[in-house]
Design a protein around this ligand. Structure first.
Ligand code: SD4
Length: 290
C-alpha cells in the first residue's frame, strides 16, 4: 500500500511544515524535506528556541544542538555549537561527509567553517536584552510552554514510503555553559527506523535523555502500539520518575510506516502540525495533566 507523503512536526510550525510538504509534493525525499523544513525555524529570529535569535546560555552565548537521521539509519549531530546559523545542515554534513555521528563545540564549528558555512552572530538584540534582564535575578526556572517552547522536531515520509527525521534547538534558555539536551541525541530527542516509524521530542531534555524517549517510542510501535499509544507510554515513563514534581513540559510526536500519527504531553498547551493529502492541520495534543 502506497501512502502519500506526510510530514509531522512539534508545535504550531505552519511555515516549516509547509516547506517540508512542498519538498515532498515536488517529489523530494524525506531527508531533504525535514532538513529544509526545520531550516525555516532555524532562520526565524522570532523563534527564540531555535537557531538564529535563540536564547543564550547563562553566560550570554547561543549554543545550538541538532541531529538528523535518514531511512538507512545513518545519523549526524552537532552539540553545543556556536556561530553557525543552520546546525541541521551541519549535522547532515557530519552524517554524510565524516565517519562520525556527533561533533561538539569548537570542533563542530571548525568543521562547519571548513564545509563552507559562514560565521554568524546568533545573539539578536532582543534575546540579548532579555538575557540582561534575566541576569538581575539569575533564576533558572523554565516557564512551562513559554520560556522553552518551540524546539522543532520533524518526521516525514516521502513518496517512496521512506522515513527521515530532524530535530534542532538552542536548548533551555540560560542553561549552564556546555549543557547539551536531548535534541541532538539520537534515541532521545529523535529516532527513526524505516521499518517501523519515527519519534521526536520537545520539552525538558534531561527527562527525555533519562528515558531514551524517542527510541522507546519507536520500539513500542515495533511491538504493535499505535503512534498515539506509544507516545502516551513514553510520557508515562517520565511521569513515573517524577511523581511529586510534575512542573515541567514534555511533548512527544510519532509516526508509523502506515502514516498514522500521534502526540502526547504532560502539560496542556502542546500542539503539533501534520501536513498530508488530508490537509495542513494543527493538532492539539492530549495531555496527562488536564
Ligand atoms: C532541550 N528539548 O534542549 C530541548 C528544549 C525544547 O522546546 O524542547 N524546547 O532540552
Amino acid at each position: 500500500e502506497n501512502i502519500g507523503p506526510i510530514v509531522i512536526c512539534t508545535w504550531d510550525f505552519n511555515n516549516a511544515s509547509a516547506k517540508a510538504w512542498e519538498v515532498l509534493k515536488s517529489g523530494g525525499n524525506s531527508l531533504d524535506a525535514v532538513e529544509k523544513g526545520v531550516m525555516v525555524e532555524e532562520a526565524d529570529v522570532e523563534n527564540q528556541t531555535v537557531g538564529l535569535g535563540g536564547r543564550p546560555d547563562r553566560d550570554g552565548k547561543v549554543t545550538l544542538d541538532a541531529c538528523i537521521m535518514d531511512k538507512d539509519g545513518n545519523c549526524g549531530a552537532v552539540l553545543c555549537m556556536q556561530n553557525i546559523a543552520h546546525p541541521i545542515s551541519v549535522a547532515r554534513k557530519v552524517m554524510e561527509e565524516t565517519p562520525h555521528v556527533m561533533l561538539a563545540g569548537k570542533g563542530a564549528e571548525q568543521f562547519a567553517l571548513e564545509q563552507g558555512f559562514k560565521k554568524t552572530n546568533l545573539l539578536t538584540e532582543k534575546s540579548k536584552q532579555e538575557w540582561i534582564e534575566w541576569k538581575k535575578t539569575s533564576q533558572y526556572k523554565p516557564i512551562i510552554n513559554i520560556e522553552n517552547h518551540d524546539t522543532i522536531g520533524m518526521l516525514a515520509i516521502d513518496q517512496n514510503g521512506d522515513l527521515a527525521g530532524a530535530c534542532t534547538t538552542s536548548g533551555m534558555a540560560y542553561k549552564l555553559a556546555g549543557r547539551v539536551g536531548d535534541s541532538p541525541i539520537i534515541g532521545a530527542g529523535l529516532f527513526v527506523d524505516n521499518e517501523v516509524g519515527g519519534a521526536t521530542a520537545t520539552g525538558v531534555g534531561e527527562e527525555v535523555v533519562r528515558t531514551v524517549g524517542s527510541f522507546l517510542i519507536v520500539e513500542l510501535m515495533r511491538q504493535g502500539k499505535t503512534p498515539q499509544e506509544a507516545c502516551e507510554e513514553g510520557v508515562k515513563r517520565i511521569i513515573e520518575k517524577n511523581k511529586n514534581k510534575l512542573d515541567f513540559q514534555i511533548g512527544f510526536i510519532a509516526i508509523n510506516k502506515k502514516g498514522e500519527t500521534g502526540g502526547y504531553c504532560i502539560q496542556p498547551g502542546f500542539t503539533y502540525r501534520t501536513y498530508s493529502n488530508e490537509g495542513h492541520l494543527n493538532n492539539p495534543s492530549d495531555s496527562y495533566i488536564t
